[in-house]
Ligand binder design. Structure first.
Ligand SMILES: Cc1ncc(COP(=O)(O)O)c(C=O)c1O
Length: 430
């Protein structure tokens, strides 16, 4: 029905290989013709259930009608001015609404940018301007982007960092807690303190940045105690605490920001991805006094906070309220977790089922032995899923984690359809 007569996945893939550098990797050799909520149709007319959501961008699904309508309305007014040249109200309203959502009993301000990496870069710029310090502490397995500073901060060499150094200086990695692999919160905090001893004195550290749930790193959850201990450590040394919520934010984990569940208020939070339902925008929100540290002209960007993306983001906020998507996120998470646990009971290779809200993943090991991560099986399962009409994504330091980022707007029937395909894939390939 949705077939594009002259296009096939194979011919498009050949053209892609000829025209586009191989460094832009591909998870699937599928070319989309149309997407709607949690379903897509490829150029050959095949339908797929989408459990990838454009890597956490489509919490409100493909082309949510309210988002599309808001964008159409905005297109009829103006599409670009550059906010620093001619300002517009949607940017301000969006900032006001995000300020109201961010945790912390203090005044807040929000800056808009275009990508997650850009948000992280700007959070570090702001932290350096405020503290007059240079050091940045990040975590092993963390992912913060592909620009040179955010690559320095990313805690995974292959494929992200290899061949691209040298990186900006004064960036250090502590160890992210991981109960499954025997790294306790105590160990993790000790690794931060070791950096103060081995690498840089605490009074020269501007910021410690952490993902409340690591995204690319494997959906590893930082226990609430970890975030609370980090907050205390930052307060002790005058260091700013930044939560990178580019992947966890915008309701994926059952609260608007994942960090809310720990009771901690970071000084700055970065977000992007699902905040505008598929339109490119990112944000840094935080303490007003910190956000105001950069001098006029020090922050911004030509496209940063585009009016079209602001209009889409405002519509996403309305959709969350109207459709109670935070509750839905928790319900989707429970449904996914129950089904994945049932699969784990049948297959020893599934060594862990974990996540927060609707950010859920399974980690695969040979014979269930946590010392033998099985990336090959993760690849086989995702390939099998594609063949059976389900789009899945892998992640994790060892590439052995299968993660689910299905739109929160997907019906229970569609979730069950995708989960049934996943169960069949484990039966066939594990
Ligand atoms: C936690 C986190 N930070 C930053 C980024 C970078 O975002 P972008 O790809 O939009 O630059 C990502 C992207 O996956 C992410 O998950």
């Amino acid at each position: 029905m949705h077939r594009e007569p002259h296009l096939t996945n194979a011919t498009l893939f050949a053209r892609r290989e000829a025209a586009i550098p191989r460094g832009v990797g591909h998870s699937h050799q599928i070319f989309i013709a149309r997407g709607e909520n949690a379903e897509i149709w490829d150029v050959e007319g095949r339908r797929f259930v989408d459990f990838a959501g454009g890597i956490a961008v489509l919490n409100t699904g493909h082309r949510h009608p309210a988002v599309i309508q808001a964008v159409k309305d905005q297109l009829d007014k103006y599409t670009h001015t550059c906010f620093q040249v001619l300002a517009y109200e949607p940017y301000i309203e969006l900032a006001e609404r995000i300020n109201a959502k961010a945790p912390g009993d203090f005044l807040k301000k929000t800056l808009f940018l275009t990508t997650g990496s850009e948000a992280v870069e700007n959070a570090i710029k702001i932290a350096r301007a405020f503290t007059g310090r240079s050091g940045v502490i990040c975590f092993s397995g963390g992912y913060h982007g592909r620009t040179l500073l955010t690559l320095a901060m990313t805690g995974k060499v292959v494929p992200y960092k290899a061949g691209f150094g040298p990186f900006p200086a004064e960036v250090f990695h502590a160890t992210f807690p991981n109960a499954l692999h025997g790294v306790t919160v105590e160990d993790s905090i000790a690794s931060v303190e070791a950096i103060f001893k081995n690498d840089i004195e605490a009074r020269r550290v501007a910021a410690i940045i952490i993902e409340p749930v690591q995204g690319e790193g494997g959906f590893t959850v930082a226990p609430p105690e970890m975030l609370q201990r980090l907050r205390a450590l930052c307060d002790q040394h005058g260091i700013l605490m930044i939560c990178d919520e580019v992947q966890t934010g915008a309701g994926r984990t059952g609260t608007w920001f994942a960090v809310e569940q720990s009771g901690v208020a970071p000084d700055l939070i970065t977000m992007a991805k699902s905040m505008a339902g598929g339109f490119p925008i990112s944000a840094v929100v935080g303490r007003a006094d910190v956000m105001d540290a950069a001098a006029p002209g020090g922050l911004g960007g030509t496209y940063a906070g585009s009016p079209i993306a602001c209009a889409a983001a405002l519509a996403v906020l309305d959709v969350f309220d109207k459709e109670d998507l935070l509750q839905r996120s928790r319900d989707v998470g429970e449904r996914l977790t129950a089904a994945l646990k049932a699969m784990a009971a049948r297959h020893a290779c599934i060594g862990d089922v974990r996540g927060m809200g609707a950010m859920v993943a399974v980690e695969l090991f040979k014979n269930g032995d946590v010392k033998q991560p099985d990336a090959d099986l993760a690849r086989r399962i995702t390939a099998e899923a594609t063949a059976r009409g389900l789009i899945l994504l892998t992640c994790g330091t060892y590439g052995n984690v299968i993660r689910i980022l299905v739109p929160l707007t997907a019906s229970d029937a569609l979730l069950d359809e995708g989960l049934a395909i996943m169960a069949d894939c484990f039966d066939a390939a594990a």
